[in-house]
Design a protein around this ligand. Structure first.
Ligand code: ASP
Ligand code: MG
Length: 420
């Protein structure tokens, strides 16, 4: 017998029929003797609709009231799933964030979870094998009001609850059947991974693989929550679905649990990047702080930063990327602060893509970067900027080459080969 958290996203609970299918997944685990907490999202499209209504009521609105409105989507699905489970003879009870409570900080609209009291849920597991059906995406802020966790936040709810109740595993049921070596829409030969380490998944998620909210992967890594990504659309009672040790999907786990390490495990990409270059910046202490401080204060998400080594010690070039949607804002801030930033001219360009090669094996292998550069060169793809970390190489290229670059890198590291 194990303790499991099962999380179902918006497409998995899009209507009552699908909720019934979700209930069958839950029942299968309950019938196998496990103690189960379920975390649900709002029905697909519901949160967008609720956000739209807030804007329609007033373009500028109180974040606490926004939370009151948007948290309602999850309340509906939690109640509906509890009703459906009960009708199937499963002892189930719904829980809102404030009832548990899931305590958050005061940042309404983008709150962070601070503490979860799992004791009542655990007691009910032990006394009555009761299933807890928990509304994701929401908690209780110190001001005693409902707070939501930011879009995609029910992944984070699920992992946090798994950590709080010391679950053996957190199964994230979604509309894809696992984590792939790259985006299968770009490279049909992408393969589903059996396992991926927390660190690698964190990179994949931050770099555009939209399977999980980034924050949920951070939490899973910190609390070592074994997290499993699997499909909710498969027949809940198909053979192997309830296999405890080896269900179909991708396990995100500690690297110690990964026996066969690959040098490169995946290729991620982020489209719609923009590049900003400040030319002939005065080369003196404090200049990077003067440039990036105001951008950070304005909430501009600066990513790759490349400062060239000054030729004569007086002037240098500073190049960095921001999401294309932030380009105008960033340009305005920089131009307003030109006197403090001490540069000569600013150049910028949108429509770029960042392609990244990810793998913990890079720590102990050489030549990984050179392989990428050569492969891209053979395709005539120009590299605009490069950054690396211990387990990642990110390359900035022109957007028109995105697909070609992803496919080229995917094949040059042999990721399209079926492994024995
Ligand atoms: N319903 C929320 C959203 O759409 C939370 C989630 O689905 O994870 O962002
Ligand atoms: Mg989601």
């Amino acid at each position: 017998m194990a303790r499991l958290v099962l999380k179902f996203g918006g497409t998995s609970v899009a209507d009552v029929d699908r909720i019934r299918n979700v209930a069958r997944h839950v029942k299968r685990e309950v019938d196998a003797g496990h103690h189960v907490a379920v975390v649900v999202s709002a029905m697909a499209g519901k949160t967008n609709e609720l956000v739209g209504w807030c804007r329609e009521a007033s373009p500028i609105h109180d974040a606490r009231e926004y939370d009151t409105v948007v948290a309602s989507g999850e309340q509906v699905t939690a109640g509906l799933l509890a009703i459906t489970l009960q009708s199937m003879g499963v002892n189930a009870r719904s829980w809102m964030g404030w009832q548990i409570p899931v305590r958050t900080d005061n940042s309404h609209g983008a709150a962070r979870i601070e503490d979860i009291d799992g004791s009542d849920i655990i007691r009910r597991f032990e006394d009555d094998s009761q299933v807890a059906v928990i509304a994701g995406f929401q908690g209780l802020a110190p001001d005693n009001r409902i707070a939501t966790l930011g879009r995609g936040g029910s992944d984070t709810s699920a992992v946090a609850i798994a950590a709080a109740i010391k679950a053996d595993r957190c199964d994230i049921y979604t509309d894809v059947d696992g984590v792939y070596t790259t985006d299968p829409r770009i490279e049909p030969r992408a393969r589903r991974m059996d396992r991926i380490s927390f660190e690698e998944m964190l990179e994949m998620a931050s770099l555009g693989a939209k399977v999980l909210q980034v924050r949920s992967v951070e939490l899973a890594m910190v609390h070592k929550v074994r997290t499993f990504v699997r499909s909710s659309f498969e027949d809940p009672d198909a053979p192997g679905m309830g296999d405890f040790d080896n269900p179909p999907g991708t396990l995100i786990c500690d690297e110690d649990e990964i026996v066969e390490q690959q040098v490169v495990t995946g290729i991620a990409y982020a489209k719609d990047e923009a590049q900003i270059s400040l030319r002939r910046v005065e080369d003196r202490p404090g200049i990077a702080a003067a440039i990036f401080g105001p951008l950070a204060d304005a909430g501009v998400n600066v990513d790759m930063i490349v400062q060239s080594v000054s030729e004569d010690g007086t002037r240098t070039d500073m190049t960095f990327t921001v999401p294309a949607s932030d380009l105008d804002k960033a340009t305005r801030i920089i131009e307003a602060a030109k006197a403090d930033m001490r540069f000569d001219i600013i150049q910028s360009e949108g429509g770029l893509t960042k392609v990244s090669v990810i793998g913990i094996g890079m720590r102990s292998h050489t030549g990984v970067a050179a392989t990428a550069f050569k492969a891209l060169a053979n395709r005539g793809i120009n590299i605009r900027a490069i950054t690396t970390s211990e387990i990642k190489i990110s390359i900035l290229i022109d957007g028109e080459f995105s697909e070609l670059a992803v496919r080229t890198l995917h094949s040059v590291y042999g990721l399209d080969k079926v492994r024995p």
